[in-house]
Ligand binder design. Structure first.
Ligand SMILES: Cc1ncc(COP(=O)(O)O)c(C=O)c1O
Length: 371
């Protein structure tokens, strides 16, 4: 039973404020009444503004997890007969490849290993050699490891070569500096339950209006995830399908709280959280696997102490109230992840480090990287 308060060190859903959670409890509301449309409009406007975009941009909401927004953007943006180039250096890049394939969209990739950001020059070479590619799709913050890809540099390359960019900013929007409106970018996808500190159930696409309007008349590859259909309907203060009404209400509260904190201040808090965590964990002997210049301020992948399995460390931390996160794929065998998004504070991160220290003591091991 989820009947106690956990400190969530998984990269979303993140801990939320009591006021965001309380906003879930509201009078029942018909989703086709003006009160609901007003709430949708308010969320869309705030999302666009807080993402730093102008009037030439909009936000389109979907009921679904974050992947709904990624799938809607990819399935809708790439015109028939054209291809998408996916930057693949982690689980979420790979997911974009699978989405494109599932919709029958020709897809090619540029690869790097999970600890290495993609070099924009490699994207440039790939685009020059592949004129059929209309769009580049990439993940800003690869949550697989906590790695940042150079979105703005890649967008500049794509723009120069006449291609458009889709950015999966799921685990970085509002937590890491990102200019969603940079030249070349048309769509940035994210969800309510990560750095926005809302409740899971809503995904959204921050869209350049000219790009979403250009989709008019393009045959949809999906009924539910048709970005243009959602856009025109939401623009008319309506909804094609039933939205997650209560989750929207909580998202509106999360947006109000983000505005009150300030996006820059939230980014700074996360950065300080990461600094405190990394300094404390380094003192305990933990090694960080992503090289320093490529690290986000949101998630850290640490090597497991020698001889310690993930489950043992997870369970010791859980007993202390903390939920750490396994690596995806093989990384699970040698590393684990700690996120510092959500309502966590630098003081709270000191407590996280202290709990890791106790866990090591109980295991009778050292984390291994101490000299
Ligand atoms: C970078 C990235 N993209 C996409 C997703 C998919 O989100 P969801 O599990 O909400 O569908 C996640 C989730 O962690 C993510 O981190």
């Amino acid at each position: 039973m989820a009947d106690r308060e956990w400190i969530l060190l998984n990269p979303g859903p993140a801990n939320t404020t009591p006021t965001v959670r309380a906003a879930l409890v509201m009078p029942d509301l018909c989703h086709r009444e003006p009160e609901c449309f007003e709430m949708m409009r308010c969320c869309r406007d705030r999302l666009t503004r807080l993402a730093g975009a102008t009037e030439d941009w909009t936000a389109v909401l979907f009921a679904g997890s974050g992947t709904a927004a990624v799938e809607a953007a990819i399935a809708s943006a790439v015109p028939p007969g054209r291809a998408v180039l996916v930057v693949d250096n982690g689980v979420y890049g790979d997911r974009m490849v699978r989405i494109a394939r599932a919709h029958g969209i020709p897809v090619t990739t540029v690869h790097a290993d999970i600890f290495t950001p993609i070099d924009p020059a490699v994207v440039e070479t790939a685009l020059i050699g592949q004129p059929e590619v209309s769009h580049v799709a990439l993940v800003h913050h690869e949550t697989t490891t906590g790695l940042l890809n150079p979105v703005e540099a890649i967008a500049r390359v794509a723009d120069r070569l006449g291609r458009r960019v889709l950015v999966d900013a799921m685990s970085s929007l509002f937590g890491e500096p990102l200019d969603v409106a940079a030249d070349g970018i048309d769509f940035a996808m994210a969800s309510a339950n990560k750095c926005l500190q809302g409740i899971p159930g809503i995904a959204f696409v921050i869209a350049r209006r000219s790009a979403v309007e250009a989709l008019k008349g393009q045959p949809p590859r999906s009924v539910y995830l048709d970005l243009y259909h959602h856009y025109v309907t939401q623009e008319a203060d309506n909804t094609p399908f039933t939205p997650a009404v209560q989750v929207l209400h909580a998202m509106r509260e999360a947006l109000v709280e983000l505005e009150a904190e300030g996006v820059a201040a939230r980014i700074a808090r996360y950065a300080e959280n990461a600094r405190v965590l990394r300094a404390g964990m380094a003192a305990l002997g933990f090694e960080i696997l992503v090289p320093e210049p490529a690290r986000s301020h949101i998630l850290t992948t640490f090597r497991l102490p020698p001889g310690v399995g993930y489950d043992a460390l997870h369970d010791l931390m859980k007993r202390r109230g903390y939920i750490i996160y396994a690596g995806q794929g093989d990384i699970r065998t040698y590393a684990f992840r700690v996120s510092n998004m959500g309502t966590l504070t630098p003081r709270g991160m000191e407590e996280v480090v202290a709990a890791f220290g106790e866990a090591l003591e109980e295991l009778g091991v050292s984390a291994g990287a101490r000299g």
